[in-house]
Structures are given as structure tokens and as C-alpha cells.
Design a protein around this ligand. Structure first.
Ligand SMILES: *[C@@H]1O[C@H](CO)[C@@H](O)[C@H](O)[C@H]1NC(C)=O
Ligand SMILES: *[C@@H]1O[C@H](CO)[C@@H](O)[C@H](O)[C@H]1NC(C)=O
Ligand SMILES: *[C@@H]1O[C@H](CO)[C@@H](O)[C@H](O)[C@H]1NC(C)=O
Ligand SMILES: *[C@@H]1O[C@H](CO)[C@@H](O)[C@H](O)[C@H]1NC(C)=O
Ligand SMILES: *[C@@H]1O[C@H](CO)[C@@H](O)[C@H](O)[C@H]1NC(C)=O
Ligand SMILES: *[C@@H]1O[C@H](CO)[C@@H](O)[C@H](O)[C@H]1NC(C)=O
Ligand SMILES: *[C@@H]1O[C@H](CO)[C@@H](O)[C@H](O)[C@H]1NC(C)=O
Length: 372
């Protein structure tokens, strides 16, 4: 009898501990939300004050302003009559610790290149023609062996990987040609673009892949008028990114998740914000599932097609996520946006809660976004 009582007592104490931790965590989380709103309000007051004195461009950070003031252009075309025949050659011509903006004017065509832009080459811009956008294509996957014989894994499967900061791409198609990977399969990850540098912007770009198309790895990123296609977790990583006017196209045949945001601790300022975008395609999709325990994703003013499952969000088989993830929706439309069937831990944001996420302030864009 005695051991049993002890055991019950122990259970009781443990459950007390659990519930007190739990309510602590809950109040921590609520504190964070109100902090997030207050911090936004402070920032916007500062911004209004400074707006009067700032001339266009003066708000940019110093390094970028200097790089911009001495920018140069290089041409790339496969048909000769250009400075370089390949994007790789053009990149290799740039001296390390580059301090000027280098704009690569890339002629239409299909470029079969695997590109890694090292950290030492910031300020590179890929500029394509909006009427006939060049395609950069590759066919590596996570399970292909690299030059050293080891498997590439997801990280190194990228057709284009950018380690450098201040990268810009305009009118470019990034592709992972995984024709041989069954659509909707979860067998092989293959990244079209990995962006690991901060202060990167993409305008009118397309990203084609199957599983893990766009590795939004880390840093501040802006995606405007982009098209992103994939099947499973095809926008993933722990970037702090604003996606505006983008089309997210699912090609899955099964039930999958679009995003796998990896905010892994409460102190990480990371999250994906989709604004004025469209979610469409095939299969049945969740808007997100938490790759990181503190995953943060917000959809605002977005049209959601009927492919979005009523539950909306997935927990990745671990209930502890309910307490810490921040999955919000604000003023979305379309058959997939009906909030009635949503998981109880999804949030329909108030105006105040949504504000921090729905402008370029979310990514501090006023200090680094330059006109394309
Ligand atoms: C900005 O300048 C205008 C006109 O000079 C003035 O009316 C306005 O009060 C100023 N705003 C702030 C926030 O200082
Ligand atoms: C890019 O960054 C990754 C991760 O830090 C590193 O493994 C890789 O060697 C880098 N590549 C280049 C070319 O700098
Ligand atoms: C990928 O492309 C390369 C070069 O174009 C080719 O040699 C290789 O066989 C292709 N691999 C697959 C799996 O298609
Ligand atoms: C779709 O899901 C079902 C059930 O989980 C599975 O049997 C099937 O293989 C999946 N199809 C693909 C293409 O992955
Ligand atoms: C983006 O594409 C549209 C439509 O093709 C075009 O009008 C616009 O100029 C492009 N934007 C840039 C920055 O090139
Ligand atoms: C929303 O995005 C569409 C393109 O997808 C664009 O035509 C429209 O102007 C955008 N609306 C706002 C309010 O930004
Ligand atoms: C949302 O879904 C609920 C339950 O499925 C349904 O009763 C309601 O009519 C739907 N609302 C709209 C606006 O479609």
C-alpha cells in the first residue's frame, strides 16, 4: 500500500509541476505577444519622426549606400556577345570582399549551373528580362553523392545557394529539375534556392521543385510577386521573411504542409509572413507545421483555395507545440480560409496583433530594400 501511495503522491507532485510550468509558459507567451505589439508601436512612432528628415535612399544602411553609389553591370549570355558565357564565370570574376553592387544582366536561356555565392561576395544582383526570364536549373537531390562521395543532403542539394548578404534577384526562374522524383513523394528533398545571407530580395522570381523547394534558411528576406511551387514543406527554414503578392502552388497528391518554419527558440526573431498572396494547386495542404518548437507563420489578406484543409495547421505529432507556435491568420479570403474548423491553437489575429507582420517593417526593409 505504502509504495503505491508514494507513487500517487509523486504523480500528484509531477502533475502540479507540469501545470504550473504550463501556465508559466502560457503567460510568457502572452507577454511576448503584447511585447511584440508594443515594440511595433514604438518603432512606428520613431519611423514617423524620422520620415520628415529622410530623403529617399538616406535611410539605407551605410555599406549598402556605398555599394550602390559605385555599382557596375556585367553581362551574361550563352550566345557570346557578352562579358561572360555562364553565371558561374561572372561570379568568379568578382574579387572577394566585394564592396560594390554588381548587377549581372542575364540574357534569356536555360543555365545548367550549380551556384554557390560565398559570404565574401555581397551586393550581387541577378537581373533577367521580365518578358523572357532566364532559368537556372539543377538536378541534385539530398540523396545524390557529391564530389567527395558523401550524400549532399538537403542543404547542399540547392541549385543556387547564397551565403552572401545583400543578394537581389529580379525576373529569374530557380529550378530543381526533379522530374524523376515522384510528385508528392516524401522520399527525396531537392532545393531550388537556399538563401542564407541576410537582406536579400526577390522580385518576379519563380521557384520550382518538389519537396523542400525554397530553403529560406536565415536572415531578413523579401519576396515580391514570386511563384513558389512544391509538394512537401516547400518553404522552410528560419528566415525572417515577408512574402508579398506571391503565388504558392502545391503539386502534392497527398496531404502535406506548405511551410515548415524553424523558429527553434523563443528568443529567435524569425518567422514567415505572407501578405496579399494566393495559396492554390493540387492535393490537400496544411498552411504550416512546426519544424522548430517556436515556429511562427502569419498569413494576411491571402486568398486560400479549397486545397487548404479546414484544420489549417499541423502539429508534427507533438502536443507541446500547441503552447509555443504562433500561427496567425488575418483578413484572408477564399474557401480555404474558413476559420471554423481550425485547430484551437491557430489564431485569428486582431488588427493590433497583425500590424507587426504586415509591412516591410517586419523585415526592417526601410534600411536595406533598394528599388529593383
Ligand atoms: C512632418 O512635416 C510636416 C510638414 O513640414 C509637418 O506638418 C508634420 O507635423 C511633420 N511630422 C512629424 C511627425 O514631425
Ligand atoms: C556556404 O555556407 C555553408 C554553411 O555555412 C558552408 O558549408 C559552405 O562551405 C559555404 N560555401 C561557400 C562557397 O562559401
Ligand atoms: C543531372 O545532370 C547532369 C548534367 O546535366 C547529368 O550528368 C546527370 O546524369 C543528371 N542526373 C540525373 C539524376 O538526372
Ligand atoms: C499518399 O499517402 C498514402 C497514405 O499515407 C500513401 O500510401 C501513398 O504512398 C502516398 N502517395 C505518395 C505519392 O506519396
Ligand atoms: C515584373 O513583371 C511584370 C510583368 O511581367 C513587369 O511589368 C515588371 O516590370 C517586372 N518587375 C521588374 C522589377 O522587372
Ligand atoms: C496584391 O497582389 C496582386 C498581385 O498578386 C497585385 O496586383 C495587387 O496590386 C496587390 N494588392 C495590394 C493591396 O498590394
Ligand atoms: C465555414 O465552415 C462552417 C463549418 O464547416 C460552415 O458552417 C460555414 O458556413 C462556413 N462559413 C463560410 C463563410 O463558408
Amino acid at each position: 500500500m505504502v509504495p503505491r501511495t508514494y507513487f500517487q503522491l509523486l504523480l500528484f507532485l509531477l502533475s502540479l509541476l507540469y501545470f504550473s510550468c504550463r501556465s508559466n509558459m502560457e503567460s510568457d507567451f502572452e507577454n511576448w505577444i503584447s511585447w511584440n505589439m508594443k515594440s511595433y508601436q514604438k518603432k512606428s512612432i520613431m519611423e514617423k519622426k524620422y520620415r520628415n528628415v529622410s530623403v529617399i535612399g538616406q535611410g539605407l544602411d551605410l555599406k549598402l549606400r556605398q555599394a550602390e553609389s559605385k555599382k557596375i553591370s556585367l553581362t551574361v549570355s550563352q550566345n557570346g556577345a557578352a562579358d561572360f558565357k555562364s553565371i558561374t564565370e561572372a561570379i568568379n570574376s568578382i574579387p572577394p570582399y566585394n564592396t560594390r553592387r554588381v548587377i549581372l544582366l542575364i540574357a534569356p536561356g536555360v543555365y545548367r549551373e550549380k551556384i554557390v555565392i560565398p559570404k565574401t561576395l555581397p551586393f550581387i544582383t541577378f537581373l533577367g528580362d521580365s518578358r523572357d526570364r532566364p532559368t537556372i536549373t539543377g538536378n541534385d537531390t539530398a540523396s545524390v553523392a557529391g564530389n567527395d562521395g558523401a550524400l549532399l543532403r538537403t542543404f547542399n542539394s540547392a541549385t543556387v545557394a547564397v551565403n552572401a548578404s545583400y543578394f537581389v534577384a529580379i525576373n529569374i526562374k530557380f529550378e530543381q529539375n526533379t522530374a524523376y522524383v515522384p510528385i508528392g513523394s516524401e522520399v527525396d528533398q531537392a532545393v531550388a534556392l537556399r538563401i542564407s545571407g541576410t537582406k536579400a530580395a526577390f522580385y518576379n522570381c519563380s521557384f520550382y521543385g518538389v519537396q523542400d523547394t525554397l530553403y529560406d534558411h536565415k536572415g531578413l528576406h523579401y519576396f515580391k510577386n514570386c511563384f513558389i511551387q512544391g509538394s512537401v514543406d516547400f518553404i522552410f527554414g528560419y528566415g525572417r521573411s515577408l512574402y508579398e503578392g506571391c503565388t504558392i502552388n502545391s503539386i502534392t497528391k497527398n496531404m502535406t504542409s506548405i511551410t515548415a518554419q524553424k523558429r527553434s527558440s523563443s528568443s529567435l526573431d524569425s518567422g514567415f509572413s505572407f501578405k496579399n498572396s494566393t495559396v492554390t494547386g493540387s492535393g490537400r495542404v496544411y498552411l504550416g507545421r512546426p519544424w522548430g518548437d517556436y515556429s511562427r507563420v502569419v498569413f494576411s489578406y491571402t486568398f486560400m483555395d479549397k486545397i487548404v484543409l479546414p484544420k489549417g495547421w499541423k502539429d508534427w505529432e507533438d502536443q507541446k507545440h500547441y503552447l509555443n507556435v504562433y500561427y496567425g491568420e488575418y483578413k484572408c479570403s477564399g474557401p480555404g480560409s474558413n476559420f471554423t474548423g481550425r485547430v484551437p491553437w491557430a489564431r485569428l489575429l486582431t488588427d493590433e496583433e497583425a500590424q507587426p507582420f504586415i509591412g516591410i517593417h517586419f523585415i526592417e526593409g526601410d534600411t536595406w530594400l533598394i528599388s529593383p
